[in-house]
Design a protein around this ligand. Structure first.
Ligand SMILES: [Zn+2]
Length: 381
């Protein structure tokens, strides 16, 4: 059980600091929404961790290790308590790669989230619900900040980063973005924040960032993005434009071929993948991205092979072929075009796409309704 002693002095200090936090950020603060208005004691029962997995509530939660007097407060609004603590794979800690997308406080405990200082192996932390709210009320971010200062002023060592308070959907995976044309760098706490700031007129802007962050594409809409490295997190706090700061970190970057093998500067081509992990890019990296950015590349993207095309959105070659022909209204028609690129990887050239197409047509016995690039004698490579 967590016993929380409330004095007039505590309330006053917490109110002052919360007001100050909001004022500094130019946010409106509603004094009447402050969560506690009495002196005395509140008690909270720990939530059984098995029950927490399916806990459907929204509101303010508190992770507290009483033996170390150390805590972390958070708010679950767009997701439930259960999701917030167990998002991702159940066996994340054992089996996920180091940069998986899981962010559950308990099953994943990403070290980019400060809750990882409370949820350590063998730690005796408990989880409490401080205030249950409907999802809409919880959207009022103020509550998380109020509770943070209430707990802090009561003498608990709070591990939250105060710059991360009151951020909807903050899951501890900040990103670094680079505007390629101007080599300007930015730091955002979430992909959504980046989308709102960098691509305000782009519908589904987060969808234009996710594939780049996860390494499927080098760039989209003039930007490239990556997750912020662990060491960068604290250094960038409070800054959005970080062009002047990012040089403090060494460049950790590799260009790879479509098999994931590193390639040297001379072998980089438009199909090379950027694996950017920390620090700034160099001039060479930037120029390479510029050369193959959308728009500049689109003009010279015609393949010499028939039925092979350049997809400027996904920045890759693909091919098309007919799958059947039939008669309708007395006219011979060909339909059911297939459109293929290798799953998860790009063709290294338009020729590679053309060869795969030719083999696919031969295998599927569709030669009579398709056009050949190699007289149906497909080369080995
Ligand atoms: Zn995971």
């Amino acid at each position: 059980m967590f016993r929380f002693a409330i004095s007039e002095e505590l309330l006053q200090k917490a109110r002052e600091h919360s007001l100050e936090w909001h004022t500094q950020r130019g946010n409106k603060y509603n004094r009447e929404l402050f969560p506690i208005d009495f002196e005395g004691e509140m008690t909270f029962e720990a939530i059984d961790l098995e029950d927490l997995k399916s806990d459907k509530r929204n509101g303010i939660y508190f992770i507290f290790d009483e033996s170390r007097n150390m805590g972390y407060v958070g708010m679950a609004s767009s997701m439930t308590f259960g999701q917030r603590f167990y998002n991702g794979k159940e066996d994340c800690k054992e089996n996920c790669p180091s940069k998986c997308g899981c962010f559950g406080h308990i099953n994943s405990t990403p070290d980019t989230c400060r809750s990882s200082r409370v949820i350590t192996p063998n730690a005796e932390y408990r989880v409490y619900c401080l205030a249950e709210m409907d999802a809409a009320t919880a959207q009022v971010m103020q509550s998380e900040v109020d509770w943070y200062y209430l707990l802090l002023e009561s003498g608990i060592e709070m591990t939250n980063a105060d710059w991360a308070l009151g951020r909807a959907g903050y899951t501890g995976r900040p990103i670094v973005s680079c505007h390629i044309e101007s080599a300007t760098y930015y730091h955002f706490l979430t992909i959504s924040e980046a989308a709102l700031t960098l691509l305000p007129n782009h519908s589904g802007g987060a969808g234009a960032i996710g594939p780049v962050v996860s390494g499927l594409q080098n760039q989209l809409n003039g930007y490239t993005h990556r997750y912020a490295a662990h060491d960068e997190l604290e250094f960038y706090q409070g800054h959005q434009e970080i062009t002047e700061l990012i040089g403090e970190f060494p460049r950790v970057l590799e260009w790879r071929d479509n098999q994931g093998k590193p390639v040297g500067e001379d072998d980089i081509n438009r199909n090379s993948l950027l694996k950017w992990d920390a620090g700034p890019m160099n001039e060479y990296d930037i120029n390479h991205l510029k050369r193959y950015s959308r728009g500049t590349y689109d003009k010279s993207n015609k393949s010499e092979y028939k039925w092979v095309y350049w997809d400027s959105h996904y920045v890759r070659w693909y091919w098309k072929a007919y799958t059947r022909s039939f008669r309708a209204d007395g006219v011979k028609r060909r339909e059911n075009m297939v459109r293929k690129n290798k799953h998860g990887a790009n063709f290294s050239s338009d020729r590679e796409a053309a060869i795969e197409r030719e083999n696919w047509i031969i295998e599927n016995k569709l030669k009579d309704i398709n056009t050949s690039n190699f007289d149906w004698k497909s080369p080995k490579e």
